[in-house]
Design a protein around this ligand. Structure first.
Ligand SMILES: Nc1nc2c(ncn2[C@@H]2O[C@H](COP(=O)(O)OP(=O)(O)OP(=O)(O)O)[C@@H](O)[C@H]2O)c(=O)[nH]1
Ligand SMILES: [Mg+2]
Ligand SMILES: [Zn+2]
Length: 379
């Protein structure tokens, strides 16, 4: 696989069209490309189209990489024309079919390969529009800082979002240098219930405590996304893993302990050990959307208990014979978790509904356009 001669051959344009290039080049593999994507790519097989991964999303263009060249890229006119929803735009981490120009410095994006996973959130401004965070993630490093940012409810919120996208969460507690050993033990205690399920990694970028343990957990060719509020130290950790201060970090504001949203772009980068990282800007608002699977995974004890409720569609709020309420009253389900579960469940139901309304609206708009076109043809 790493034979350079072979690598060149497998990417060569000299091969006759129609020949299947099943061997994945080492450079693509290093970026996380595998047989699953290759199988999807076969569908579009075209001698002029090769695959690349979106490594950066800018306002007006993209940066893509095939593991050997980074190229500025734009969507083809046809791609743009066919877009029906915000979900169809490429986002960082996506694999795309591209046509390369100018000695592999420029590329036109012709299609988007199917995604293994997609992290998205509700657009804070609009009821049911999405902001795409990143695609094709294997793991999410959910980061909270030990000093002031650690919050169980927020953590559960991230779990729901990440599980919903079929991504494996890992919990990173940063800035452990700012708390005492006793305080760290207290946080660990709080996280006890999750420990079997999620890897818990306390770290300090200042003392490097826990960093080597974290590195040992990272797998090559897997994609990790850094998630967490602004100022928790996501970019600092990435710089730390890179061994250089490649990306900007910023002091946290003293007054309210918040970061300043230093990272404004999402970028994909490979670290020396072979893992692939996506840094994200801290999120102010996490919108959960259609998160039933994520809720079930995060609140499994509540979901398990709900099978004992008298009514199948019990909302666990006011119903008689609700086993969940009963368990909360008896203390077998923590009331904190129950309350957070209700809150997230409610949000998800709300967004589900408003997106349904929107689809109806889109449909009738589509009909109108169709009728109009028909009418024009008749003329
Ligand atoms: N004491 C301490 N400070 C840290 C640690 N890690 C990061 N910081 C500091 O926290 C501040 C914010 O770090 P960033 O890496 O910019 O945070 P971020 O999560 O990337 O923030 P956004 O890009 O705004 O989302 C910087 O001043 C860092 O030096 C740590 O382990 N301990
Ligand atoms: Mg940052
Ligand atoms: Zn119930």
């Amino acid at each position: 696989m790493s034979d350079p001669q072979h690598e060149i051959n497998s990417n060569s344009d000299a091969e006759p069209a129609g020949v299947q290039k099943n061997q994945i080049s080492a450079s693509l593999k290093q970026l996380g490309y595998d047989d699953w994507f290759e199988a999807a790519h076969q569908k579009y097989r075209d001698a002029n189209i090769s695959v690349a991964r979106v490594v950066e999303v800018n306002r007006n263009n993209y940066k893509v990489s095939d593991g050997r060249h980074e190229m500025m890229a734009e969507l083809s006119g046809k791609y743009l024309f066919n877009i029906e929803s915000s979900l169809e735009y490429p986002t960082v981490g996506d694999w795309v079919g591209v046509q390369c120009f100018d000695n592999d410095t420029l590329a036109i994006i012709h299609h988007l390969l199917p995604r293994k996973s997609l992290l998205k959130r509700k657009d804070p401004g609009k009821a049911t529009e999405f902001q795409l965070i990143a695609a094709n993630l294997d793991y999410a490093l959910i980061m909270q800082s030990a000093d002031a940012n650690f919050n169980m409810n927020r953590l559960e919120r991230y779990f729901v979002m990440v599980h919903e996208s079929a991504i494996q969460p890992m919990v990173v507690l940063s800035k452990t240098d700012l708390i005492s050993a006793e305080e760290l033990a207290q946080i660990k205690e709080q996280l006890n219930r999750f420990q079997q399920k999620y890897l818990f990694l306390p770290i300090s970028n200042v003392t490097d405590d826990g960093i080597s343990i974290l590195i040992k957990e990272l797998e090559a060719e897997k994609t990790y996304c850094l998630l967490g509020s602004s100022g928790v130290g996501k970019t600092t950790l990435l710089n730390n893993l890179l061994g250089e201060r490649r990306f900007d970090v910023n002091e946290v504001r003293e007054k309210d302990n918040r970061g300043r949203h230093t990272t404004t772009r999402r970028q994909l980068i490979r670290i020396e050990s072979g893992s692939i990282f996506i840094d994200t800007p801290g999120m102010r608002e996490l919108g959960n959307y259609g998160v039933d699977a994520g809720l079930e995974e995060t609140f499994d004890e509540i979901v398990a208990c709900s099978s004992q409720c008298r009514f199948k569609d019990c909302t666990h709020t006011h119903e008689d014979g609700c086993a969940v309420k009963e368990a909360v009253a008896q203390g077998t389900i923590e009331s904190e978790r129950y309350n957070n579960f209700l809150k997230l469940q409610k949000e998800s139901a709300f967004y589900e509904m408003s997106s349904l309304d929107k689809r109806k609206r889109d449909k009738s708009f589509g009909k109108m356009v169709k009728n109009y076109k028909k009418m024009m043809r008749k003329k």
